[in-house]
Write a protein that binds this ligand. Structure first.
Ligand SMILES: C[S@@+](CC[C@H](N)C(=O)[O-])C[C@H]1O[C@@H](n2cnc3c(N)ncnc32)[C@H](O)[C@@H]1O
Length: 279
């Protein structure tokens, strides 16, 4: 969802444009939310471990700026990628900020589809990825199963569907969490959580050193799906095997970015996992 003009707060003392007014929400999102290098590394390593070869073709569903699809292309000359997003504005941003900056040969291996992920028209691929919990927008079990079924039919015979999920007791709290970066502060807000439906309303805001704010730069109207539900629905959609990859911890008890197969997990306050569903 786009930041609205009235959501960009102006400090009274500032005459020129505020830092919020000059900022680019897609660039801020990429800097604070995404780590496409580690995402692609996880996909490649997991595919090699399960299939004994490097994956070649990748479809990034809910691709936004297509940062992961572009990172995929950079893996080597045999790699191809498709990015799928329903929003023409974010695709156009990705095209001008990422795709057009790549070599012509790299650009030729990447397609951006302005489509609904429920109805993708593309060649089958080795891997479909859906990251940053984007599929949480499907709130009904039937809708989620229909999406997972459509992903399965878009995979090659040994293809993998890789998605992420988050949870833990903090996930259902109404709260705000701030993370400071060099030139801005990222604020994750869980504004509403409804225990009976599992629905949640979340926002990303950005705050700047001059005091200006970009409120509701992005908003998410989601259902907080649980891991048992997601695994069940993937199996109902016809995937043969589903494995959850749990994150290890460093000496301070923080996530270490290393995800390995696990069957039970731990009662952490807040966790993120990868889920791998095999065709
Ligand atoms: C949370 S962003 C994800 C961006 C990026 N993939 C990431 O990992 O951070 C969700 C994206 O999904 C797109 N989207 C929402 N509904 C969609 C649908 N039905 N089909 C395709 N894209 C959709 C939105 O336009 C938005 O760009």
């Amino acid at each position: 969802m786009a930041a609205r003009k009235e959501d960009i707060a102006r400090t009274p003392s500032t005459r020129g444009p505020t830092m919020a007014e000059q900022a680019d929400r897609h660039s801020l999102y990429e800097q604070s939310v995404q780590n496409v290098e580690s995402e692609v590394e996880f996909i490649v390593d997991t595919f090699k471990a399960l299939r004994g070869r490097a994956p070649l073709s990748f479809r990034e569903d809910f691709c936004g700026t297509a940062a992961a699809a572009c990172e995929w292309i950079r893996q080597g000359p045999a790699q191809t990628a498709i990015g799928v997003d329903i929003d023409a504005e974010v695709l156009s941003w990705g095209r001008s900020h990422h795709v057009e900056k790549m070599q012509p040969g790299q650009q030729a291996r990447l397609q951006l589809h302005h489509e609904n992920v429920l109805h993708v028209t593309a060649e089958p691929v080795d891997v479909v990825g859906a990251f940053n919990f984007s599929y949480f927008l499907f709130k009904q079990r039937d809708q989620l199963r229909a999406y997972f079924e459509s992903v399965r039919t878009g995979l090659t015979a040994n293809g993998l569907f890789i998605l992420d999920a988050f949870g833990g007791h903090e996930a259902s709290e109404e709260m705000k969490e701030k993370t400071k970066y060099d030139h801005f502060t990222y604020i994750w807000e869980q504004e509403k959580f409804y225990p009976i439906t599992g629905e949640m309303l979340c926002h990303i805001h950005f705050k700047f050193p001059d005091g200006s704010k970009m409120k509701k730069a992005f908003s998410y109207d989601w259902r907080l799906w649980t891991l048992p539900e997601i695994q069940e629905v993937l199996l109902e959609a016809g995937f043969r095997k589903v494995t959850v990859y749990w994150e290890g911890t460093d000496s301070d008890g923080e996530g270490d970015g290393v995800f390995t197969p696990d069957e039970k997990g731990e009662a952490d306050a807040g966790w993120i996992v990868y889920i791998v569903a095999e065709q």
